[in-house]
Design a protein around this ligand. Sequence first.
Ligand code: NAD
Length: 386
Amino acid sequence: MSIQSIVLPRMMQIGSGACEKLPEFVRAVGGSKPLLVTDKMMVQLGYAEQVLSVLREAGIEADVYDDTVPEPTASSIMGGVVMVQNGSYDVVIALGGGSPIDSAKAIAVMGKFGGTIRDYCFPRLVSEKGLPLIAIPTTAGTGSECTKVTVITDEANSEKLLCVGTAFMPTAAIIDYTLSLSVPPRTTADTGIDALTHAIEAYVSRKAGLYSDSQALAAMSLIGPNLRTVYHDGGNRAAREAMMLGSTLAGIAFNNASVALVHGMSRPIGAFFHVPHGLSNAMLLPAVTAYSIPAAAERYADCARAIGVAAAGDDTDTANGKLLDELVALNRELKVPTLAEFGVQKADFDAVVETMAEQALASGSPGNNPRIPAKEEIVAIYRELW
Ligand code: NAD
């Protein structure tokens, strides 16, 4: 296995009520004037006020930017960038799912260094030190609180830009599963499958190593037995707690081992057809796993065992058969729609399928897959979704 260089937040607080630590974290990163980056749902649910009041009680007044949108775009982050450029903020706090956290990452860097998001996208590795960022996830999830990645769509050409580098690693993360108790079933399913995909892809990635393996396997063993439970019974605190930690560990795993073909193919679907990120991953996961198993059969069998669908004594082929059955069954039980059911027109899809395959390859993620596809193979997998 290759050498892995590990990048993590400097501090984490994990568990019920962890938000109480926020003022301590603000001071520890040298902050006194925070900008809270969030979305309207967090304001409506009272989570934004909860965070602001914890800060206020400690004598810290924060301003709020709540115009982030799901699957953030180059223009949706600009209001926050301008606030940082014109204000005297010394720390950014991100509260919400992956969308507000990714928005905040871009705002913390672009607010200080300017430019457009395209200036920061892959293959450039961004190491500029933006404002310190404290991330508080409310979905389980993207793991963005522990990744050096932000994904921002350039609406000019419908491309989801992957921006990578230590600049985008939060300085601190507060992981409080109680904030996820209110996530509705559809988003619970989509975000949960996203986390599962992170763990599987990190484990089968060509950049996997012993460190990321240990995080990925732990994540799968937390997510596998609890995903159906949180979908059917969102108030189950033990299952929510397992999912939240599983999501964070999956984030740590893929941050240090990279994601692979599912993510590479998923981003263009999201950019062209506005399919939420976790949902497009879920649509692709069974087909991409079937394509990839021949190149990493033992690794996928380990995944089946960690998730809990294969027994320790099952041989590799049996375990992989069970894994494929499980991924299909999971999508059925969690009511993951097909592209057609989601409302995508086949003719529209056919018109861009070649471009999507090119964008998938350009992102670099397919190069980490155990079986590296040619463009035609990516097109063929896309067509399998119909
Ligand atoms: P999201 O942040 O877009 O949230 C989805 C919906 O759920 C929103 O309407 C939001 O308001 C709502 N929501 C969030 N938390 C809630 C709660 N506690 N209760 C009720 N509703 C809640 O979804 P997401 O899947 O967390 O994030 C998706 C974004 O993350 C995409 O843009 C994707 O590209 C990105 N992503 C980033 C990384 C990374 O490492 N940076 C990894 C994977 C995905």
